[in-house]
Design a protein around this ligand. Structure first.
Ligand code: NAI
Length: 345
């Protein structure tokens, strides 16, 4: 029997994980708390921990997991910026779910954009109050607008395809442009200068942290709409707020926020929000915030559970090789062992 402690469990995680767990010899312990130094002890006796985007998997937590004999950290998400993969190397195997439904995130990005530019969020509230006035609801056509896509991986490319379907002109920036993709790649500077809408779809790394900061915002067109469904810290939130107050940024659609870990995913209605920056952003008429919900479709939840359970099982099967294992050498031409069809360590 394989024992898995699933941290930060929500009601919508349980059915799919129980379903796929039962198909293997896996017992799941659903823990409402997030993983951090204070809660890592709950993993004692487990073979693996299953974590999500806001669990803290730093060197101290990893050392404790190693001490308790935990063999695997199975991320049930794509991004892994919250895991110190270098600290885990040689101690605990890390896996993630690289793709579960890129459509869920790309479609949410477009839903946010359309809601914002057609003021659907305002209209919804108005008509519920029998206010049928159209004043202040003027939007703009997406057709013919230039959208700059930063990061043209799985999600970015689907978003680009949807945008093309609307008759938008798509330009893109990627540190590793996809050959023969038919995408018009430009430099980041050119993208910032030309785009009416900018949508972020690259991972959070040391290089991309605050890539949308004051300098980048200065380069943008007045009235630009920024969509972020990737990771909050890609944007310097204070610079974003200043850009909104200065009327430089026309609208912001945010599914992620750099300080989301203490706020998102929980019902905080009726409480006083201690995060002034987030409260100020939410108070803006041209800002839409969703609580990291872009992934939340039935298709995605099923795929997440199926792949996570399969990642965990790979450790015990197929010579322990897991296609979705991660380590700090991943992608390095010389040292990546996965490329040679070997285990990371
Ligand atoms: P992917 O790995 O397929 O694509 C990422 C792209 O970003 C690649 O083309 C890569 O070359 C590019 N990139 C890497 N470094 C870059 C840099 N410095 N500048 C510009 N581009 C760079 O990833 P995928 O599946 O498309 O996901 C993108 C991001 O979406 C994830 O990293 C994750 O943070 C976020 N995400 C958010 C979700 C949500 O619920 N809001 C759910 C799933 C993913």
């Amino acid at each position: 029997m394989i024992k898995v402690a699933l941290y930060d469990a929500k009601s919508y995680d349980v059915p799919s994980f129980e379903h796929y767990g039962k198909q293997h010899d896996i017992t799941l312990k659903f823990l409402e708390t997030k993983l951090n130094e204070d809660t890592v002890e709950l993993a004692k006796g487990s073979d693996a921990v299953c974590v999500f985007v806001n669990d803290t998997v730093d060197a101290a937590v990893i050392d404790k997991l190693y001490e308790y004999g935990v063999k695997q950290i199975a991320l049930r998400c794509a991004g892994y910026n919250n895991v110190d993969v270098r600290a885990a190397f040689g101690k605990v195997h890390v896996s993630h779910v690289p793709a579960y439904s890129p459509y869920s995130v790309a479609e949410h990005a477009m839903a946010l954009l359309m809601t914002s530019v057609r003021r659907i969020h305002k209209a919804y509230n108005r008509t519920r109050d029998y206010n049928f006035s159209l004043n202040g609801l003027t939007g703009f056509d997406l057709f013919g607008k230039t959208v700059g896509v930063i990061g043209t991986g799985k999600i970015g490319r689907i978003f680009a395809g949807i945008a093309k379907g609307f008759g938008m002109h798509v330009i893109a920036y990627d540190a590793y442009p996809a050959a023969d993709s038919g995408i018009e790649y430009v430099s980041l500077e050119e993208l910032l200068e030309r785009s009416d809408i900018i949508s972020l779809h690259c991972p959070l790394t040391d290089e991309t942290r605050h890539m949308i900061g004051r300098k980048a915002i200065d380069r943008m067109k007045k009235g630009v709409v920024i969509v972020n469904t990737s990771r909050g810290a890609l944007i310097d939130t204070e610079a974003l707020l200043d850009g909104i107050i200065a009327r430089k940024i026309g609208a912001a659609c945010l599914d992620v926020y750099e300080e989301e870990a203490d706020v998102f995913f929980e019902d905080r209605s009726g409480h006083i929000l201690n995060d002034n920056l987030l409260a100020r952003l939410i108070s803006m008429p041209n800002v839409i915030v969703t609580s990291h919900q872009a992934f939340l479709t039935e298709e995605a939840l099923n795929n997440i559970a199926e792949t996570t359970i399969s990642n965990i099982m790979s450790y015990y099967e197929k010579d322990g090789i897991c296609d979705n294992e991660l380590c700090y050498r991943c992608g390095h031409i010389d040292s990546c062992r996965k490329k040679r069809k070997e285990r990371c360590f």
